[in-house]
Design a protein around this ligand. Structure first.
Ligand code: DX5
Ligand code: ZN
Length: 213
């Protein structure tokens, strides 16, 4: 299992140190939640702060857009060269076009599905995708409870992925901890995002290690 701590739950008063600490703890990706106050009822960070995160990080960035105008935000963040940019399918009329745009910058493209969006929605996109991110909470906040139906969704997506594009990773975000990570692994999930679980832990290394099942 690859582990991507979400800096949303970090102490923003000492952000660079927090990012270095999760990298030193051995995480694989640094998950960055960008919220615009429209697609979700919360506002987070823009390119100035994400640039500081990129400078402090020794690991690739995994940017999760929770915004209305995806194209604008992709253009804003592309110069920071994240490994992945994920956008919500519920908010995109022309997903193939946006996937091509993300890839044109040399960035891996990923689509996010809210908890009530069917996995079959990505059937005609998956051959072009590097990752599908399944939300296991309604997006907007850290520290919410895991919605278990994501396990069924991951199993359905894995079947589709194995046939159509075995290189496409499956990531799950929201309420992930050491108690549900094994079920996620068994359902075919490749990457977990964990915010409050990692940052509330006494030892970031122990937290990351406990998710590496
Ligand atoms: C929620 C964000 C998540 C969040 C996860 O909208 O996309 O990445 O930070 O936090 P936890 O792990 O606390 O649910
Ligand atoms: Zn996220």
């Amino acid at each position: 299992m690859l582990v991507a701590p979400s800096v949303l739950s970090a102490d923003f008063g000492k952000l660079a140190g927090e990012v270095q600490a999760i990298c030193d703890a051995g995480c694989d990706l640094v998950h960055v939640d960008v919220m615009d106050g429209h697609f979700v009822p919360n506002l987070t960070i823009g390119p100035v702060v994400v640039e500081s995160i990129a400078k402090a990080s020794t690991k690739p960035l995994d940017i999760h857009l929770m915004v209305q105008n995806n194209t604008f935000f992709v253009e804003l963040f592309a110069p920071l060269k994240p490994a992945y940019i994920s956008f919500h399918l519920e908010e995109e009329k022309h997903p193939h076009r946006l996937i091509q745009k993300i890839k044109s910058y040399g960035i891996k493209a990923s689509v996010v599905l809210n908890p009530n969006t069917l996995p079959e929605e990505v059937e005609f996109l998956i051959e072009d995708l590097d990752m599908v991110l399944l939300m296991s909470v309604n997006p907007g906040f850290g520290g919410q409870s895991f919605i278990p139906s994501v396990l069924k969704k991951a199993r359905r997506l894995k079947k589709m992925r194995d046939v159509l594009n075995p290189n496409c990773l499956i990531e799950v975000d929201g309420g992930v901890n050491e108690k549900n990570v094994l079920e996620l692994k068994e359902a075919g999930v490749d990457v977990v995002v964990a915010g409050s679980y990692v940052f509330k832990h006494d030892s970031y290394k122990k937290a990351v290690d406990s998710l590496r099942v």
